[in-house]
Design a protein around this ligand. Structure first.
Ligand SMILES: NC(=O)c1ccc[n+]([C@@H]2O[C@H](COP(=O)([O-])OP(=O)(O)OC[C@H]3O[C@@H](n4cnc5c(N)ncnc54)[C@H](OP(=O)(O)O)[C@@H]3O)[C@@H](O)[C@H]2O)c1
Length: 359
């Protein structure tokens, strides 16, 4: 595989910092550009990120001295220095939409962690194991944007990164209704216990916009490419409650599911055990070998024990049992800033490189 020069927009943030750790010594990607707000622009990365650095490893040597660029003012310059950018910024939705389109129109593909373009009909929202074929929409998007290379591809919200992977492979049984309660880590809000002390010994039963995303985004993942757009599926029918819990990293989901044709427990467990997607077929660098990992023990998976499974890219599942109101219930877990954010974006970029969309 050839090497690609990449940039990270929003490099100083929580997700941006994760990108630094994942892209350090990446076999295919060389980080050439880091960008953030005008507050950080012109500073060395280590000074710009300063005490906000909250990864459990040091800032990679290769990134420390890179001078941070201005994500908006330097678009043309950045686009001329890289093959594509990762983007994770905290800005208003319409500003993010415009920023990402400006990079794409400067012929610089954007792999985005932001929600702004998730429902743009010709922007694929890809989980490489589940709906890799949605990348086929990219030529239609390029046509709309008037670009040769530039396009936007997005990652889904972190909340659904545990339950959608567990449910998607069961689609052949006709998934009718899904009720999910998510128990979400504070890093999902870009926070640590130091920056959000009110979360110590606390639970907050509201995460702005999260329940809507948790219910609506899965339907795009289940959707189909039709002509110049991805048409969202009309089922399964999702209802969600999203709750912030005092955990540093790792989102857990408690799922109840009803099928058209109820499978046996053994059928479900066998499907999870054998499931592999395009990411595994292509042996992408960040693809977990075993995507869905089922734990037989009643008290597993546990956030602290299993969130880092396979570099935080694998999904942990447990407690599958019959329910009195739905057909089954189970619990699932994924690392929200790895599989749920930066790691999922890196894996998507690897997929798009391997499939030739970045050439
Ligand atoms: N945390 C998660 O688990 C997670 C998961 C999935 C998706 N996301 C999404 O990823 C994005 C970033 O989240 P985060 O948690 O990393 O946020 P964050 O820690 O608050 O970081 C925000 C980043 O955006 C930059 N920024 C702010 N205003 C800007 C501007 N006007 N121009 C350019 N850059 C600007 C900041 O730069 P300065 O340091 O210079 O201010 C910083 O690099 C959000 O859209 C979020 O919804 C987060």
């Amino acid at each position: 595989m050839k090497k690609y020069n990449v940039g990270v927009i929003g490099a100083t943030g929580m997700v941006g910092q994760r990108f630094m750790t994942l892209l350090d010594n990446h076999p295919w990607f060389d980080v050439k550009v880091l960008a953030a707000s005008p507050r950080s622009a012109g500073k060395k990365y280590s000074d710009a990120v300063g005490s906000k650095w909250c990864m459990d490893v040091e800032i990679p040597e290769a990134m420390k001295d890179i001078v941070v660029m201005d994500a908006t003012a330097d678009i043309e310059k950045i686009a001329s220095q890289v093959d594509f950018v990762f983007c994770a910024v905290d800005m208003k939705k319409d500003e993010i939409k415009a920023l990402e389109e400006a990079y794409a129109k400067a012929e610089c593909p954007v792999i985005s962690n932001n929600s702004a373009h998730r429902h743009t009909p010709d922007v694929p929202m890809i989980v490489p194991e589940l709906n890799a074929e949605h990348a086929e929409i990219i030529p239609a998007q390029r046509k709309r944007l008037g670009t040769k290379r530039g396009f936007i591809a997005v990652k889904s919200n972190c909340s659904l990164q545990s339950y959608v992977p567990a449910l998607f492979p069961l689609s052949k049984f006709g998934i009718k209704d899904v009720l999910v309660c998510t128990y979400q880590a504070i890093s999902g809000a870009g926070k640590t216990f130091e920056t959000w002390p009110d979360m110590i010994d606390n639970v907050i039963p509201y995460i702005g916009g999260e329940e809507e995303k948790s219910e609506k985004e899965p339907l795009k993942i289940w959707g189909k490419v039709e002509g110049d757009e991805i048409v969202p599926a009309t089922s399964p029918n999702f209802t969600a409650q999203c709750i912030r819990v005092p955990v540093s990293n790792g989102h857990m989901g408690a799922v109840f599911v009803r099928f058209e044709n109820k499978p046996s427990k053994e059928e479900i467990l066998n499907i999870w055990k054998d499931f592999a997607g395009r990411a595994q077929e292509l042996e992408l660098p960040h693809a977990p070998k075993q995507f869905l990992n089922y734990f037989e023990e009643d008290n597993m998976p546990q956030t602290k024990m299993h969130r880092d499974l396979e570099g935080g890219m694998a999904i942990s599942v447990g407690r599958l049992r019959e329910d009195t109101q739905y057909d089954y219930k189970f619990v699932c877990l994924s690392h929200n800033t790895l599989r749920g954010a930066a790691g999922g974006a890196v894996l998507m970029a690897e997929l798009l490189c391997a499939e030739g969309y970045m050439d």
